[in-house]
Ligand binder design. Sequence first.
Ligand code: SF4
Ligand code: SF4
Length: 99
Amino acid sequence: MDMTITDLCTGCHACHSVCPNKAIYKRVDEEEGPLFAIHSKRCNGCVGLYDDKQCASICPVEEAILFQGKPLNPKGSLAPIASLRPFFDSLRAQHAMGE
Ligand code: SF4
Ligand code: SF4
C-alpha cells in the first residue's frame, strides 16, 4: 500500500508498536537518529482489521504519515493533542535507552 513516513517523524516508536502487520521498521538517519519507514508490501492499510489506519491514529506528528502522497493527519488536525507531545518524546527517550 502507498504509505510513507516523512522526515517529520520524531521516532517516538508509537506506530511501530501498534501496526498489526509489522509493516513499520526502523531505519537509521545519521543526522536525525532512528526514524521509521513502512514496508509497502506488508502494509494493507489495516483493511479488515481496523476502521482506521492504526499508525496514523496514534501518530502525534502532523504530516508525518502519508497515504498516496497526502498526509493522514494534515496540518492543524492534531492541535487538540499537542499537550501529549512530551509523553511521546519520553517514549522515544525510553526506547533510545533500551537500544
Ligand atoms: S496502515 Fe496499518 S498495516 Fe499499514 S503501516 Fe499503518 S498500521 Fe501498519
Ligand atoms: S508515530 Fe509518527 S512520529 Fe512516532 S515513530 Fe511513527 S511516524 Fe514517527
